[in-house]
Ligand binder design. Structure first.
Ligand SMILES: [Zn+2]
Ligand SMILES: [Zn+2]
Length: 463
């Protein structure tokens, strides 16, 4: 199950389950999922059927009731549930090492499994930051002991995340990092960014970019606009994000390198990505559920659960993000799951830490706020919630014969309230705390293994 690193920079692995976690296909017994409505826009599947899972793969897709249970198979009565390809999150913060009071690999990946995810990629802005091969190896070892779902790790682009000197990118790739990111901070220097892209071109691995111009962002704590003016809070202008996207797109084109723009938040940023893609830049982009459904109007409450970076923007920005997802300008959805302790958030808005959790609410929020009102198609949401795997040359989860068995069973009729029963995550800083949500993942199957089962859900073992 080791993801063997290579020194020439090519990614040898294409299976999500080959990332580090405590499970593995060899340990999984056979499973039969009976009578779920399977929906996979990638493979074109959209019908009620039985899924037979063996040796970590989908062995058979049969008419409902006709799936032959292998001996000793566990059977899941999934009548009334939907089966989707499980989700993949390219952007989470697991806070290990050094900030385990917020989250750790065990709690963060359990939250991921509960949210329907079969894999996550953890950012490197920990304490200390992950900036050398030894750090990467240590984290991979911990994930093999603790992680509920396959977990990839990135290392920082610059030493100490100081934005000055590059890390040993080739050695870090050889140690098995899936990519590089200084997420939490931008790479302010164009010279350093250019050098990083030159190395990326040589060693592979994805460079994930947190885009903002630190001088334009200044000491802003929310979106710059009428709401920040009314509240008397300092603002971060949207153009702070878009100018850096434009700069890095130009550098990518010049160096023939690839990069991924994280958490797009504004219309001007969508336009910058569109321009870059039209010019041939090898750029991908992501956005978060919270930027898709909330605006800076929420900040009028001065509740720090609505404080994150990039900040919630305007309704016009939100509409541009929705349209960008629909058009394909945005390639994937990532949560930017960013746990914090209560005493880091339950303070005046200006001094509260930036960031919100997201793994356990992502699907339900998008379904409740965008699919049910008819704004976006269910299939589109499912597809973009798995597409983050492609950034790392991993196979996007799919429901097809012989595909790796990464499947989430979702009850679209399930009503619940965000946070009412607590969270699997160690942290409670969800911007959807207290919100009425419809739909919930019930079971998450990863590489043929049940990685999460909601307590209310029963299974039986066939004769
Ligand atoms: Zn960020
Ligand atoms: Zn982040």
């Amino acid at each position: 199950m080791n993801r063997a690193g290579t020194s020439n920079g090519t990614a040898p692995s294409t299976a999500i389950a080959d990332l580090d976690w405590r499970g593995g296909a060899s340990a999984a017994g056979p499973l039969v999922i009976r009578g779920a409505h399977a929906l996979d826009p990638g493979s074109g599947l959209d019908r009620i059927c039985d899924l037979v899972i063996r040796d970590g793969r989908i062995a058979e897709i049969a008419e409902s009731g006709a799936g032959r249970a292998p001996e000793g198979a566990e059977e899941i009565d999934a009548a009334g549930l939907h089966a989707f390809p499980a989700f993949f999150d390219p952007h989470v913060h697991l806070r290990s090492p050094g900030q385990e009071h917020k989250e750790d690999i065990e709690t963060g990946t359990r939250a991921a499994a509960a949210g329907g995810y079969c894999g996550v990629v953890a950012m490197a802005n920990t304490d200390p930051v992950v900036d050398d091969p030894a750090h990467v190896l240590a984290l991979r070892e911990r994930a093999q002991a603790e992680a509920s779902v396959p977990t990839g790790f990135v290392a920082t682009v610059t030493r100490g995340m100081r934005g000055e000197e590059l890390t040993e990118m080739a050695a870090i790739r050889a140690a098995g990092a899936v990519g590089f990111s200084d997420d939490g901070l931008p790479i302010a220097s164009a010279r350093v960014m250019r050098r990083a892209l030159q190395y990326q071109h040589l060693v592979g691995g994805t460079i994930l970019l947190h885009e903002e111009d630190p001088e334009l962002s200044g000491d802003g704590v929310m979106n710059e606009g009428p709401v920040s003016a009314a509240l008397g809070l300092s603002g971060v202008p949207a153009v702070s994000e878009s100018v850096m996207i434009a700069r890095d797109a130009a550098l990518c084109l010049y160096e023939d390198a690839t990069a991924h723009v994280q958490h797009l938040s504004a219309r001007v940023s969508v336009e910058a990505v569109e321009t870059a893609k039209a010019a041939g830049a090898k750029l991908t982009a992501e956005l978060t559920p919270h930027h898709l459904v909330l605006t800076d109007e929420e900040v009028r409450s001065l509740d720090a659960r609505f404080k994150m970076n990039p900040p919630l923007r305007t309704e016009d920005d939100r509409q541009a993000l929705i349209e960008a997802l629909r058009r394909g300008t945005v390639d994937c959805i990532g949560t930017d799951h960013a746990p914090h302790a209560i005493d880091e958030k339950d303070v005046p808005f200006e001094i509260a830490m930036m960031g919100v959790t997201g793994l356990e609410t992502a699907f339900a929020v998008l379904y409740t706020e965008l699919v049910l009102p008819g704004v976006l198609d269910l299939g589109l949401i499912v597809e973009r919630m798995g597409a983050g795997a492609r950034l790392f040359d991993l196979d996007q989860p799919e429901i097809a014969v012989d595909a790796a068995a990464n499947v989430v069973l979702v009850d679209l009729e399930h009503d619940w309230e965000g946070g009412a029963e607590g969270w699997e995550s160690r942290s409670d800083n969800s911007c959807f705390h207290g919100r009425a949500l419809k739909s919930r993942p019930m079971i998450t199957i990863v590489g043929g293994e049940v990685a999460f089962r909601r307590r209310s859900f029963s299974m039986r073992v066939a004769g």
